[in-house]
Design a protein. Structure first.
Length: 245
């Protein structure tokens, strides 16, 4: 089952990302952006970046010999961090953003794949095979670097591009206070999901007979111890409605 989920996640993720790119670039250019601006626009959405990370994780572990094709994405803490981020994508989109626009045709298909299907597959795979009890509480601070860096990018880009990926980040329209409240809310949700992920990971590790210990002593350390004690629409309009892509 885990192998099936991993293969399905990789295939569906790649198809959705490529298809979204193929329909976004022409629609974005028709809305007045340049080719380069359209490409930057595509990669400016949290869901796109998160789905790319999910695909990289799946691809990094696909080798039947256990070889990591992309070592930076093969680590257990990276897998858990991506599981947290993709869960955030699903929750925010499903509860806040989905009702704010009505995609049609291929945009609707990509919308469903990137916001619902790929997050479900990735989390299901993580629960089945990706979690092993080795995450540490301090990994949460490392995972936080991703949404915080994204927030900084979106806000810094806004005055130069004249647009933001999500309307709740539009300081000119909503005011700094409103944007700060929205950002704090999403950040708090990310932290909460991170805490839950660590707890679940530790629980799975215990169920599989692997205690949640994170520092393994060397043979020399064990020897000394024994001697002493013996004991991680949107593309077609210039001002985007919120789509968590």
């Amino acid at each position: 089952m885990a192998r099936f989920l991993q293969t399905a996640g990789l295939a569906i993720g790649l198809i959705a990302l490529v298809l979204q790119f193929a329909i976004t670039i022409p629609a974005s250019m028709a809305a007045g952006r340049s080719l380069l601006g359209s490409v930057v626009f595509y990669f400016s959405f949290f869901t796109i970046l998160t789905n790319i990370a999910a695909v990289m994780v799946h691809a990094s572990l696909l080798s039947p010999t256990g070889y990591a094709w992309f070592p930076a994405f093969a680590g257990q803490r990276m897998r858990t961090g991506v599981a947290v981020a993709t869960t955030l994508v699903f929750i925010v989109y499903a509860t806040v953003l989905a009702g704010l626009w009505q995609p049609q045709g291929l945009f609707l298909l990509c919308d469903i794949l990137l916001h619902y299907v790929t997050p479900f597959i990735f989390v299901a795979w993580w629960l089945a095979a990706g979690a092993d009890g080795s995450t540490r509480w301090r990994d949460i601070s490392r995972w936080m670097a991703y949404p915080l860096a994204y927030l900084a990018y979106a806000l810094i880009r806004a005055p130069f591009a004249g647009e933001v990926p999500y309307s709740f980040l539009d300081v000119a329209k909503n005011g700094a206070a409103s944007v700060a409240v929205s950002a704090l809310g999403v950040t708090a949700l990310f932290i909460g999901l991170s805490v839950l992920a660590v707890l679940v990971d530790h629980g799975i590790g215990r169920l599989r007979g692997k205690p949640a210990t994170h520092v393994q002593s060397s043979p020399t350390d064990r020897h000394h111890s024994q001697n002493a004690l013996m004991p991680s629409r949107w593309a077609s309009q210039r001002e985007m409605p919120i789509s968590f892509n």
